[in-house]
Every structure is written in structure tokens, then in C-alpha cells.
Design a protein around this ligand. Structure first.
Ligand code: AMP
Length: 425
């Protein structure tokens, strides 16, 4: 075993998988930029305090943060998510509202690594700051939905809930506390600890022992004010109007303290329940204020790249893009022809690779096969002298009955570019 390996929960993403990751972000950018979102690129590190505003009742903040004191004595953290950074950025730059932005990148959480759960993982997301129109909640959810469709995923389920206004939520949390405390003996020890900190998070418990008490717990909808109820009705009507199916899930609380009104989650139908959340989000009207900005509504989501790609594997969609080149140059006459040919073809947008180290014809032809190229351009000393090259098709499409395509031909070096352009069409 080599002396150094990636640390637990961290991975090297190698080709061709890395090309799939890049394409994932490109597809996402396409979907959201079509809707007027611009990319924001906050730093990987922030003042620890930025993330502490997310709420101190979440594992993300209390247990999983990578933080350290830098050489200037500042307490810094590697970002565990990007919503707080985006809000910090909004407060710092005060852009015109509504501010519609998207992001992508790595997040860091010191979690117990397992399939679909890593310590460095990637997310794409959008946030809209400065407008509380329920139609924006609908737009945000619809863009997530459209993105999954663009990847080709079909088994994604949308769960929807509303946490109401802060007062509704306070009354609900109190009712939950009373409910769980009056049956505390039936609650798992872990949930008892959670209850003392944040009764809402008890609803997230996946422990079997807690299931009956969670099922009989009061529902948030009973505590919705008139405004909260009408906001939620407008979101549902909007989703209905554009035929996005959803299920109301009243236990979907997303424990972060700043969530208000709409919360939602996209679940993958093919994944285990411990890792089936592909992404989620909601409205967080109090977050900008808690970071020192003016009272500013916000809504957004973050979607996990790693888990979504697992879902893609399960559904057999969005595979790694081909990294094959079009042409491979085999040069057994010293390599100068390979240098000039690859340079010329690449300048004209043709994907072309070559062999190095003056290997034998046989070894270079093997490399040509491995490269995935459809055409080999072969130069030996005879061709070099005659100013010609041999063009040999490597893969003949099964539907191609043109017999001449199967054979190789000699082409003047000066006519190679035009010849290949036609052949590759
Ligand atoms: P959250 O920011 O916790 O709401 O997570 C949003 C999405 O990010 C989740 O639905 C996952 O797809 C992904 N995610 C969160 N934590 C991890 C992790 N440790 N490893 C991989 N993906 C993660």
C-alpha cells in the first residue's frame, strides 16, 4: 500500500468520471441560467461565525465543521454548505434585489463516511434573495425538477411542507415539546437529547423506537397563521399549474433555525432511505438579518452531486461522456510528422492524440485502439519521403455499408486536413 492515500471520506475523481462531474455542472448551469440566475463564487473558507448563524442545534454546525485558527488568529471554517456564504455575500455587496444566483463546488462535513456520504462532497444550488413571492418558491422547485429531468432521472419524488411564520413555528415547537415530553419514556435516548436542544429535529429521527410517537405528533399545518396558509396554498397551486407532482410531508422540517414557510426535498426512488435525499431547500427569511443585513427574504436549494450520480447509475442514465479522440497519429519515422499533424488538426478543432517515445508500429496501433479514435493517420519513412500519410479507419459503424470506409488510403499530407474533415462529418 502506498504511504499516502486520500483521507477517509475524501476521494480522487478520475477520468472519465471527472468529465461526468463537469458535465453535471454544465447541465445545471444551462437550466438555471436560462431562468436568469448568475453564478456566484464565494470562497471555500469563511469566518466560523458565518456558519454558526445557520443554527446551533444542527450537527452540521456543532459536530461536523472543519475549523481552525489561521496564522492571523482568525477562527476559520471550511464551508459545510453555501447558503450562509451567499447571504454573507449579499450583506457585503448589497446587489439589486431580487438577487438570483447559482453555485457549484465542494462542501466539507466531518461525517461518518459511507456510500453517498462523504467528508468532501459536491453540491449545486440556487438562492434568490430579496423577494417573498410564493411564485419564486415555485420557480426554485421547478428548476430543481427540470434539472433532474435534464439528467434523464425519472424516479425523483418531491416532498413539500410549510413551517409557517416564526410565531407559528414557535407555537408548534412548544406543542411538540409537550407531546414528546409527556411520552418521554418511549423516546430513544438519542431523541431525548435532541428534544432538549430542538424538538423539531426529533421528527428527523429514523429510529424505529421513535416512529409511533412521531406518527402521533401534532402537525405543523394546525399551527399555520392565515398568511402562512395562503402562502403555502399559492405554492401548491403554482406547482399544480405546471404539473409538478408532490406529496405533502408534514415531518419535513429541515432543522435549520432559519427556515420559514416552504421546505422541500427531492428524494431518489432507487436509494436507501438513509441516503435518499438527493437535495432540498426552502425559504429562509431570517438568515440575512441574522448575518447583520436588512430583513431580506430568501429561498433556494442545494442538490448533492454524489448522490444524484448514484441515482443516475441506478436508473442507467447520464453516464460518463466519451473522452475518445477522433484521430490518432501513428508515426514510426521519428515523431516530427506526428508533431506537425497533431498541431494542425487540433488548431482546427479535431480531437487528436498520438504516441510518444518512438514505439514500434504494433505498440502505437494498440495505443490508437485504446484511444477510441475512429481514424488512424499513419506515417512511416516512405510516407515521410513521399509527402503522404496513410489514413486507416479503426471503427466502422455497423450501419455503414460503404466498402471504401473499411479500407485504408494514401492521402497527400497537404490534403490531410480537408480529407479528415470530410471523413469525420
Ligand atoms: P443539505 O445541505 O444537508 O440540505 O444537503 C443537501 C444535499 O447535499 C443532500 O440531499 C445530499 O445530496 C448532499 N449531501 C449532504 N451531505 C452530504 C455528504 N456528507 N455526502 C454526500 N452528499 C451530501
Amino acid at each position: 500500500m502506498p504511504e499516502f492515500q486520500t483521507s477517509p471520506g475524501m476521494r480522487d475523481i478520475l477520468p472519465p468520471e471527472s468529465a461526468r462531474w463537469r458535465r453535471f455542472v454544465e447541465v445545471f448551469a444551462d437550466v438555471v441560467e436560462r431562468a436568469g440566475y448568475g453564478q456566484v463564487m464565494p470562497p471555500l473558507l469563511e469566518d466560523l461565525g458565518v456558519f454558526q448563524r445557520i443554527g446551533d442545534a444542527t450537527d452540521v454546525v456543532t459536530k461536523e465543521m472543519y475549523d481552525f485558527v489561521d496564522k492571523g488568529g482568525r477562527h476559520i471554517a471550511l464551508r459545510p454548505e453555501l447558503t450562509a456564504s451567499v447571504c454573507r455575500s449579499y450583506v457585503q455587496h448589497r446587489p439589486q434585489a431580487p438577487w438570483k444566483v447559482w453555485y457549484s463546488g465542494s462542501m466539507f462535513r466531518y461525517e461518518k463516511p459511507q456510500r453517498g456520504r462523504y467528508r468532501q462532497f459536491d453540491q449545486v444550488g440556487i438562492e434568490v434573495l430579496g423577494a417573498d413571492d410564493p411564485n419564486l418558491d415555485v420557480e426554485v422547485i421547478a428548476l430543481g425538477w427540470e434539472f433532474y429531468r435534464a439528467l434523464g432521472l425519472e424516479q425523483v419524488h418531491l416532498l413539500l411542507n410549510s413551517l409557517g411564520e416564526p410565531d407559528d413555528r414557535t407555537r408548534y415547537v412548544e406543542a411538540l415539546r409537550v407531546h414528546f415530553e409527556s411520552h418521554i419514556d418511549a423516546l430513544s435516548p438519542e431523541s431525548r437529547t435532541t428534544l432538549a436542544k430542538n424538538p423539531l429535529r426529533v421528527l428527523d429521527s429514523k429510529r424505529e423506537q421513535d416512529a409511533p410517537l412521531i406518527a402521533s405528533a401534532p402537525r405543523i399545518a394546525e399551527f399555520h397563521s392565515e398568511r402562512a396558509a395562503s402562502h403555502f396554498a399559492a405554492v401548491r397551486a403554482g406547482l399544480d399549474a405546471i404539473s409538478i407532482p408532490y406529496a405533502i410531508e408534514s415531518k419535513l422540517v429541515r432543522g435549520l433555525d432559519y427556515y420559514r414557510h416552504t421546505t422541500f426535498e427531492f428524494q431518489g426512488g432507487t436509494l436507501d432511505s438513509a441516503q435518499n435525499a438527493l437535495g432540498g431547500g426552502g425559504r429562509y427569511d431570517g438568515l440575512v438579518e441574522s448575518l447583520g443585513g436588512p430583513s431580506t427574504p430568501g429561498v433556494g436549494f442545494a442538490l448533492g452531486l454524489d448522490r444524484t450520480l448514484i441515482a443516475c447509475d441506478d436508473e442507467g442514465v447520464f453516464g460518463a461522456p466519451s473522452q475518445a479522440v477522433d484521430v490518432f497519429v501513428v508515426d514510426t519515422a521519428g515523431g516530427s510528422a506526428a508533431l506537425s499533424i497533431t498541431t494542425e488538426l487540433r488548431a482546427h478543432g479535431i480531437r487528436v492524440d498520438r504516441a510518444f517515445e518512438n514505439r514500434s508500429m504494433k505498440s502505437q496501433m494498440k495505443a490508437a485502439d485504446r484511444s477510441g479514435a475512429t481514424i488512424a493517420v499513419i506515417v512511416g519513412s516512405n510516407e515521410l519521403e513521399a509527402g503522404t500519410v496513410v489514413v486507416r479507419p479503426l471503427r466502422v459503424a455497423t450501419h455503414d455499408h460503404d466498402d471504401t470506409a473499411a479500407g485504408q488510403s494514401a492521402v497527400l499530407r497537404t490534403e490531410l486536413l480537408d480529407h479528415l474533415k470530410k471523413a469525420l462529418q
